[in-house]
Design a protein around this ligand. Sequence first.
Ligand code: MLT
Length: 203
Amino acid sequence: MNETHHHIFIEGTNNKNVLILLHGTGGNEHDLINVGKHIDPDASILGVRGNVLEGGMPRYFRRLAEGVFDEVDLFFRAQELHDFLNDAIQHYAPKSEQITMIGYSNGANIAATLLMKHEKLVDRAILFHAMVPYRNQEVLALDNTYVFIGAGSNDPIIPQNETQELIDVLRSNQATVKDIWYNSGHQLTMNEVEDAQKWYSSI
Ligand code: MLT
């Protein structure tokens, strides 16, 4: 199969459900395994490392400054990740029926790009601390796409209006979005993971 990305696959007891894990800046393919196991302990897990390095820290695409993305690289890397995920799912979990992306920060931003711009890969996504990844370009119709967004009202890296704009874009393109705001900063908290778990089991 296409080996463009470092990754880990852990086979679950329920081979119909797969969780794709996308880490934050400086993370790796192992980072969100505990979060994934909390959200669906029976699912298979595919953790993927970003291919770009910023001062030695893995990310999924380049940025020009904090919160200012290199759109050319974003679209190139999103396509590369999309192709990898397509292949990896075929290879590891050909019988999967329900695939969910779980992303945090930079991982949530590339997950949002995959939802908005690329041929449908998943029908559910959990985006922790995400922002609108691009503007002024086409967004696909997102009927039957379910998205959970967890955001910190005092997140110094992801301004509230950027997350709100993402929520608005997803909703105006027919996605079903549940957003929960926490009195927290950029860190992913246990409260958010618990709420994402409840949302995941309710849809
Ligand atoms: C990004 O670059 O995707 C966001 O600014 C969040 C992060 O620091 O990863």
